[in-house]
Design a protein around this ligand. Structure first.
Ligand code: NAP
Length: 397
């Protein structure tokens, strides 16, 4: 079947009924996961829209498969194709340790300026969780993806560059950094903080979340983390004042988003002690990295954790986990994280009916205690293979 390209018109993505969606299979367990993802998505779209809508998948090469066939891990055609088609989905890609090429995932996020790393953590009944009331967990982290200590600006202790920076700081800025210190820089900018917070508040408003929390460590890092909070509030006051209530300034109101902020260490406590009181969390890069893994642990771990990397006109969906190479080819891996990433993609496309079908089918299948090894070992049931689990899920659509 011939598909049509997703187009950008006046800042809005126009999604045809038969869009071409590029996918990257990924390394290790990636091919098994992406096979399950495509099968479930095709079945959900068919069920939701009859024959009226369907996705035309287009494979792009990256990682080991690209090296084998084209001699490089991230060919220009792959990046260009994602740019041209606006929306894509990928399996996990291996990053070689100690040499080889740098993370393709990070490279893709940077090249396409996918500045919001979106990581939902929602509990499906029956999933083993360390929490007493895990059903209260339904949070979505918006993690800034482009700056903070992740910008990679750091110098090794003892290197001439480090010494130059140390001297400048000590001699001209009045600091007293010891000679044997490595030095890193943490840039947090107004523009990048505000565009992230804008994405988060828009998501809360459009997806029925009634709380937005700015998570930061501004009590200690006033001009980076504290500024993130202040710029976040400023943006919301300037652009969304009529659609929100600020904590301490009024009672929560139906249809309005309650906006508050929490210091990062407290936030880790809050997600355990009062998970039902939070919805969307907007935060800086490092905080977001930590809190989203902590949240994933509450709702079944990496096999259940979907992610998206979203920019202004581009979005790349993926499971949060890596390529889990030790399970490659064994037909055991849990494909749910990838499937839930596809659900996010369908929501982003506005194909909500198909997304809802997937959500309900995941809940039903897990509710029937049909799960892969990772959940089965905590539930005391026989694990299903990846393919049997996928079939069970499709029959529950
Ligand atoms: P990983 O691939 O995420 O796997 C770590 C462990 O997490 C697995 O051994 C398994 O634990 C569990 N796990 C992960 N995915 C699962 C799934 N779908 N179902 C069930 N359990 C799952 O992390 P890693 O071993 O540290 O990284 C492997 C490679 O992936 C590295 O090259 C890394 O750089 C890369 N990576 C890529 C991405 C990405 O593409 N976005 C993200 C992270 C890492 P048990 O064995 O305990 O069951």
């Amino acid at each position: 079947m011939k598909g049509e390209r997703i187009r950008l018109e006046n800042g809005t993505l126009i999604i045809p009924d038969n869009p071409i969606i590029p996918f990257i299979e990924g390394d290790g367990t990636g091919p098994e996961i992406m096979a399950a993802v495509r099968k479930v998505v095709d079945a959900a779209v068919k069920k939701a829209y009859g024959g009226r809508r369907s996705i035309v998948w287009k494979e792009l090469l990256a990682g080991e498969k690209a090296i084998e066939r084209l001699g490089e891990p991230l060919p220009k055609e792959t990046v260009d194709a994602i740019r041209e088609h606006h929306i894509a989905i990928k399996g996990p890609l291996t990053t070689p340790v100690g040499g080889g090429y740098r993370s393709l995932n990070v490279a893709l996020r940077q090249m396409l300026d996918l500045y919001a790393n979106v990581r939902p953590a929602k509990y499906y009944p029956g999933v083993p969780s360390p929490l007493r009331y895990p059903e209260k967990v339904n949070m979505v982290v918006f993690r800034e993806n482009t700056e903070d200590v992740y910008a990679g600006i750091e110098w090794q202790a003892g290197s001439p560059e480090c010494e130059k920076v140390r001297r400048f700081l000590n001699d001209e800025m009045g600091t007293s950094i010891p000679k044997d210190a490595g030095i890193g820089v943490k840039p947090i900018s107004k523009f990048r903080s505000q565009r992230l917070v804008r994405k988060a508040i828009e998501y809360a408003l459009n997806n029925g979340y009634d709380v937005l929390t700015l998570m930061h460590k501004g009590n200690i890092m006033k001009f980076t983390e504290g500024a993130f909070r202040d710029w976040g509030y400023e943006l919301i006051r300037n652009e969304y004042a009529d659609r929100v209530v600020f904590e301490g300034e009024g009672e929560p109101q139906p249809g309005k988003v309650l906006v508050n902020d929490r210091i990062a260490d407290n936030m880790f406590q809050q997600i355990l002690t009062r998970p039902g009181e939070y919805g969307v969390i907007a935060t800086t890069n490092l905080n977001g990295d930590y809190i989203s893994d902590a949240l994933a642990a509450l709702v079944g771990g990496l096999g259940m954790a979907p992610g998206a990397n979203i920019g202004d006109n581009h979005a790349l969906f993926e499971p949060v986990h890596g390529s889990a190479p030790k399970y490659a080819g064994k037909n055991v891996i849990n494909p749910t994280a990838g499937i839930l990433a596809a659900k996010l993609m369908l929501e982003y496309m506005g194909w909500k009916e198909a997304a809802d079908l997937i959500d309900k089918a995941v809940a039903k299948t897990i509710g029937e205690r049909k799960v892969t090894y990772d959940l089965a070992r905590h539930m005391g049931v026989e694990p299903l293979s990846t393919t049997d689990y996928t079939e069970a899920l499709i029959s529950n659509l």
